[in-house]
Design a protein around this ligand. Structure first.
Ligand SMILES: Cc1cc2nc3c(=O)[nH]c(=O)nc-3n(C[C@H](O)[C@H](O)[C@H](O)COP(=O)(O)O)c2cc1C
Length: 315
């Protein structure tokens, strides 16, 4: 793969939060250039709720992959206020989530629920953009119900000074399943006037190669689940890890490191057990074990049992 293509870690609520971003950067410094943080929702006043901003607080992010905070919502004044606080923290870019497919989000014209409403988006951008003290990027899907939606939306997005447009080529109702619609992505790419980042289903170096050779105009790749299925993927994409045995050795090292970070960072046995299982449910795929074996750790109830089972796999 061309060494120069930037790779961004995708925002994934509960997964690519600061605990993960720091553990990853400690294990594989510089392998991932940047990360978009899981969204901060504008509902329920995030500025009055320190927990909602904890993931992007600079003091919590020392040693993390460099991060761009993300906002989910459609209220211009709240958007500008939250972005203002982020600017005070030192951030120079904020990402707007126009891709979240959860029903309770889309029903209120938030996330991907904005995609059928280009006029609404224009009104929001008209209000927000002149008041922002930082760069704005957006993350979109092809649409909520139809891929036609993104074409009307791009006409709007093209009128504003955006840092980038990340495209996840699925519809809202597909959630994260089904095949990404690369044909529509290919028709979209030449008409977006901003740098376009491709996101979706990159889980092997060959997937990344395929996207880059088919769409040389993309300015970068965003990878989510692929990094959890195969933590060495960013290194492999840079040609830094090629030997299969080395890949497994590095994957084990990362799993061990993340487990230690969970123990260090989370209070209480219950939260540690839950978090360990959430990550293991994806990470086991990077090791030479079967799903049946991996599930033993998911079935165990006590933290010490979960840890013991995983420890045996990563020796
Ligand atoms: C559990 C989970 C949480 C997610 N949270 C967010 C989020 O907070 N903001 C966002 O823009 N996308 C979110 N996404 C979507 C991912 O950023 C990404 O678009 C999606 O996983 C497809 O990319 P991938 O195939 O590389 O994983 C989430 C996805 C998953 C599976």
């Amino acid at each position: 793969m061309e060494g120069g293509t930037a790779m961004t870690l995708a925002p994934m609520q509960g997964l690519t939060e600061v605990l993960f971003r720091k553990a990853y950067e400690e294990c594989f410094p510089g392998a991932i250039e940047s990360a978009v943080a899981p969204f901060i929702s504008l509902t329920h006043g995030p500025l009055n709720n320190p927990a909602k901003l904890a993931d992007v607080m600079p003091e919590n992010n020392v040693g993390s992959i460099p991060v761009v905070p993300q906002i989910l919502g459609k209220e211009p004044d709240e958007f500008v206020q939250v972005a203002g606080r982020l600017a005070e923290m030192g951030y120079n870019e904020v990402n707007w989530n126009m891709g979240c497919p959860m029903r309770m989000v889309t029903a209120k014209h938030r996330g991907c629920g904005l995609m059928p409403y280009p006029d609404e988006v224009r009104a929001i951008l008209d209000s927000v953009v002149p008041r922002l003290r930082m760069r704005l990027s957006v993350k979109v899907r092809l649409g909520l119900k139809s891929a036609d939606e993104v074409f009307s939306m791009v006409e709007v997005l093209n009128d504003y000074p955006l840092a980038s447009v990340t495209v996840h080529p699925r519809l809202g109702h597909q959630q994260y399943t089904g095949v990404p619609d690369l044909d529509t992505f290919g028709r979209l790419l030449p008409i977006v006037r901003h740098p376009v980042v491709y996101n979706g289903d990159i889980v092997t170096p060959a997937d990344a190669e395929m996207i880059l050779s088919r769409f040389p105009a993309v300015s970068g790749l965003m990878v989510g689940r692929g990094v959890l299925y195969r933590p060495t993927l960013p290194l492999e994409m840079k040609g830094l890890v090629v030997d299969p045995d080395e890949r497994i050795r590095q994957s084990k090292r990362f799993v061990a490191h993340l487990m230690e970070a969970i123990t260090r960072s989370l209070p209480g046995e219950e939260s540690r057990t839950r978090k360990t299982k959430e990550y293991w449910n994806l990470l086991w795929r990077s090791l030479p074990i079967s799903e049946l074996e991996a599930r033993k750790a998911l079935r165990a109830e006590r933290l010490q049992d979960v840890e013991k089972i995983i420890a045996a796999f990563i020796q």
